[in-house]
Design a protein around this ligand. Sequence first.
Ligand code: LMR
Length: 393
Amino acid sequence: MFADLAPPPPDPILGIAQIFSADPATDKVDLGIGIYKDESGEAPILASVKAAEAWLIETQKSKRYLSSAGNPDYNRLTRALLFGEGSDIFERARTIQTPGGTGALRVAADFLKKLRPEGARVFIPDPTWANHNLLFTTAGHQVVVYPYYDVASGTLRFDEMMAALAGIGPGDIVLLHGCCHNPAGADPDPAQWAAIADLLERTGATPLVDLAYLGFGEGLEADAASTRLLASRLPEIIVASSYSKNFALYRDRAGALSLIAKTPAEADRAHAHLLPVVRANYSMPPDHGAAVVAHILGDTVLRAQWEAEVAAMRARIHSMRACLSDQLAGSNARDYDFIARQRGMFAMLGLAQDVVERMRGEHRVYVGTGGRINIAGLTERNVAHVAAAISAI
Ligand code: LMR
């Protein structure tokens, strides 16, 4: 069975991380995988997380099984963080803990396959996170790409997006990035979100919001606004969220899947159908990261500390955006102002694959497919090197 297997293509994001690790150069810069680095170039464990981990080690008495839904405190606190404690959306939402945001997307995809055994049409933006296509096609859905962002001008292709989605209908799924679009860095403005809500309301299609960067754009509340708008306007929405970035818990896999239904009773029924999907997949999610998040979100002092840590990460990303954009001003034919204007971890330089490889080979600057750069990998020390590499290329 295994003898004739050819090597699979490398993962477009994880593959670069491996090549980077193997490079012995001392001046190499990793702008590939989306990991937040501090000013010294380290990806540290947050102080609030360290404190919660110490508390957990001290107080946890058992590692008995929980349920397929995971940690109930985590689920309630996540629901409150995303939708606002006690709000109408909060009442209509049910949340389960998942192994990261990827796990949430995969459970959503498997759940949708149960509802639509022939597979749904899942509309994903161009560009989007490199794993979306693989994830939904592997789960048996038909992926349809819609125009989203023009790399050359650094602006949304909003009218084209709306035209491409005009023909969607009930049963179709539209994947939207709730904030800090990965990789574009550009999100719809409030009027555009309202127009998207109108379109979804009119057509009866269901949004699946991918919310992996909450707090990295304008703030925890502001970054939830578009998701809340959709949830307030539409009878049903699906939200896959992640604490990988805003709690820096990457490998601990703390994510969540939320279903918002028309009524609390319908939400309860939909939630019940998620559990066998999880049971047949990984039975139940890993505990540690979620237990840490639940403790922090539920503790006044630790929560304030975490919110300050998110604000500091956000501020450093904003300042690195401004810094790179300044350093590139007038450096070559392109206008790089868009980098300073945009939000979140990523920006797209729009580079062909051979140029991406030259950045790596000639300048030891590791960037993703299409020239996606992780702004959170820039520091005061490496930004001049990166700007020089971009100018030269
Ligand atoms: C990324 O886009 O780099 C991150 O979301 C990490 C991943 O899993 O791809």
